[in-house]
Design a protein around this ligand. Structure first.
Ligand code: FNR
Length: 353
């Protein structure tokens, strides 16, 4: 087998391993996949301004996120249904992340229950919540607290599930129910199980929320609340006014509104609007250490990666996840040396043209 040396190699190897409907589900975006492609293209548009003759002998990627020490400013984004990539699902993924001092946001729609995942991890773990009904969300949040999750990540960009045409053509819903029953229902046992069709699933997955949901969620938990799926300065200001402990700038990996701005394009206005009042994170299209560096330079405190983790998981289980993160960390370190930023704190706006 080819030895993967970068994330693109993992992508190629994962495609060979995964059945077509699973590959398409993991890989795809919505409609014409314009946002999906632009998430990458937008990084390529940014140019770096390297500084030279800086002492970078002890270059170090360590950082801290919500008071937790991490070896790198890179976390695992919440992605659903890891059981379609590996029999042990999210339990395998989080062990890979832990092993390199990263951390994981466990999806509401994971294949394994949050308790099973918690049992095999010691590091940073946050729970990603979809609020589809308040009674269900209340239970999920209580369980997350009891299982030692350290934050709730509320995803707010999914008032409906967008049209993912690859999945429609592949009849992904029926395929998954036959070959991977329970792939999405590790946490939510009763609602997605059984014989619901794709339309019903889409209606269930999408649930309209408004800003007052934050105050409600606050009454349910003392954990920090982080909003995922913010793309404008206006919403970032509202998020701060509603007292959240963090914002994840994200367009859901190009899987929701097609044509939505790339997170890296939205980041500067959001960082300016937030003005240090809460940490800002970013996900979408990160495939290289230089992408991580660009996001940090524009003000992200850390980044999250989605699909590359699924590729690593499919190719090599926890070892694959670990290697994907190690590659990205190594690339980030090289980029930091080459731009003359020996620590994460040194990375500044002036690195971007
Ligand atoms: C996702 N994403 C996602 N987000 C979320 O909040 N809850 C979820 O259950 C999922 N599920 C999911 C499944 C798959 C297969 C993908 C690819 C993505 C979005 C995810 O958290 C993140 O925003 C993107 O994946 C980041 O983009 P990249 O790194 O995949 O380019």
């Amino acid at each position: 087998m080819m030895q993967p040396i970068n994330l693109h190699d993992y992508e190629m190897l994962a495609q060979k391993r995964l059945q077509r409907p699973v590959w398409d589900y993991y890989q795809g975006g919505s409609d014409d996949e314009i946002s999906l492609r632009n998430n990458r293209a937008a990084f390529a548009q940014l140019r770096l301004r390297p500084r030279v003759l800086v002492d970078v002998n002890n270059c170090n990627t360590a950082t801290s996120v919500l008071t937790r020490e991490l070896s790198m400013p890179i976390l695992v984004a919440p992605t659903a249904a890891h059981g379609m990539a590996h029999s042990k699902g999210e339990c395998e993924t989080i062990q890979g992340a832990d092993a390199v001092g990263s951390g994981m946001i466990v999806s509401n729609d994971a294949s394994r229950s949050m308790e099973e995942v918690a049992k095999v991890s010691q590091g940073l773990r946050w729970y990603q919540l979809y609020i589809r009904s308040q009674p269900e969300a209340r239970q999920l949040v209580k369980r997350a607290e009891a299982a030692g999750y350290q934050a709730i990540v509320l995803t707010v960009d999914t008032p409906l599930l967008s049209r993912r045409e690859r999945d429609i053509r592949n009849k992904m819903g029926s395929f998954q129910r036959i070959y991977y029953p329970g792939a999405f229902t590790g946490n939510v046992h009763n609602s997605l199980n059984g014989s619901i069709d794709d339309d019903e699933r889409a209606a269930y997955v999408g649930h309209t929320l408004s800003w007052d949901i934050i105050a409600w969620l606050r009454t349910q938990t003392s954990l920090p609340i982080i909003l995922k799926g913010i793309l404008t300065a206006e919403d970032a200001v509202l998020a701060v006014q509603h007292g959240v402990e963090g914002i994840i700038v994200s367009n859901h990996g190009g899987r929701q509104l097609d044509g939505a701005i790339a997170p890296i394009e939205a980041l500067p206005e959001i960082v300016a609007a937030v003005d240090g009042r809460c940490p800002v994170y970013l996900d979408g299209g990160i495939r290289r250490g230089t992408d991580v560096l660009k996001a940090l330079a524009l003000g992200a405190q850390a980044v999250m990666i989605g699909r590359p983790i699924l590729w690593g998981l499919a190719v090599g289980g926890s070892e694959g996840v670990k290697h994907v993160l190690q590659i990205l960390q190594q690339e980030l370190r090289s980029a930091m040396v080459l731009v003359g930023s020996p620590t994460v704190k040194h990375i500044s706006r002036s690195l971007i043209q």
